[in-house]
Design a protein around this ligand. Structure first.
Ligand code: PAF
Length: 298
């Protein structure tokens, strides 16, 4: 695996990859899948890489802690950076190229362009983190243009992010219909059901233990809604449970349509539960389909 930090090198190495393989790319030789990350890799990221390897001839992973998606007072400086460890993990998974540009390679001093995706980026994390999804859409659009992959893979843990990226790719003609080249991959969970996240590393052992209340309370709410409890009542119980079990605040607990992200006050075929809650300074998010939650875990 080669680690590349300059765009001209990236372009020539990707051209070489495409020429080298037998080829299932869209008329361009071997196919290339992109897995964008901000590093601090965990099993969730590695599941994206494995899925990518199953679908494309070559996998390009990117590691870039994107300053434009962090708001004032957020954890840009504290965000875990562990490039050597991450590179070793990616190499062991068979990644062909690691694209790890410096901030000035991505955003030169006179950089002036911003992408805003309205609608799906409103509410949920968009309400608590103004500008966050502009930053995500902007960097992902740049990554797509830099790598020009046949497909890109993202985790469903950041469901709203996935919706924003899909809408941006569709609106800006970045993919080639009818092939939907943006793949969402199911959330990977720890043994106690907590969704894997680079930010879990911020939690103290006690906070980490309390974090397991989040998926448990979500599954309880889903079971209650399926049994006929009104949505508002089930979500109130969810909030109360989190606050009684070590969470300091609940940013949102909402039922929304999985595709449009419009709010729902009743369970429908496509309903999904979205929660963000804080323990100490750490904000945890999770989401689950109403149809998939099954029985609560012990
Ligand atoms: O999910 C992430 O790690 C980031 O938001 C992404 C998609 C790599 C863009 O910086």
């Amino acid at each position: 695996m080669q680690t590349i930090t300059r765009l001209d090198m990236l372009r020539s190495e990707i051209a070489a990859l495409r020429r080298g393989g037998a080829g299932s790319g869209a008329g361009t030789g071997a196919s290339v899948a992109l897995v964008p990350t901000m590093g601090a890799l965990h099993e969730g990221h590695l599941s994206l890489i494995r899925a990518a390897r199953g679908q494309a001839d070559h996998v390009v992973a990117s590691i870039f802690v994107n300053p434009r998606q962090f708001g004032a007072g957020e954890d840009l400086d504290a965000y875990p950076r562990q490039m050597e460890r991450d590179a070793a993990l990616l190499e062991a998974e068979g990644v062909a190229l690691l694209w790890a540009p410096a901030p000035e390679e991505v955003y030169p001093a006179d950089y002036a362009t911003n992408i805003t995706v309205s609608g799906v980026s409103a509410g949920l994390c968009g309400a608590d983190r103004p500008g966050h999804f502009d930053g995500v859409a902007t960097v992902v659009c740049k990554l797509f243009n830099q790598v020009r992959p046949d497909m890109a893979l993202f985790g469903e843990k950041d469901w709203q992010q996935l919706a924003v990226i899909r809408r941006m790719a569709r609106d800006l003609d970045l993919t080639q219909p009818p092939v939907d080249a943006i793949h969402g991959i199911a959330t990977v969970r720890e043994a106690d059901d907590v969704a894997m996240s680079s930010r879990n590393a911020y939690l103290t052992p006690e906070q980490r233990q309390n974090a397991a209340t989040l998926p448990r309370a979500m599954r309880d709410a889903i079971v209650a809604i399926a049994a006929g409890t009104p949505v508002g009542e089930a979500l109130d119980t969810l909030r109360t449970t989190l606050l009684a079990n070590g969470f300091d605040s609940v940013d949102y607990a909402e039922l929304r349509d999985a595709d449009t992200l419009e709010g729902l006050d009743h369970p429908g075929g496509n309903a999904r539960l979205f929660v963000a809650a804080r323990i100490g300074g750490t904000r945890l998010i999770d989401n689950m389909a109403l149809s998939q939650a099954g029985l609560p875990r012990p």
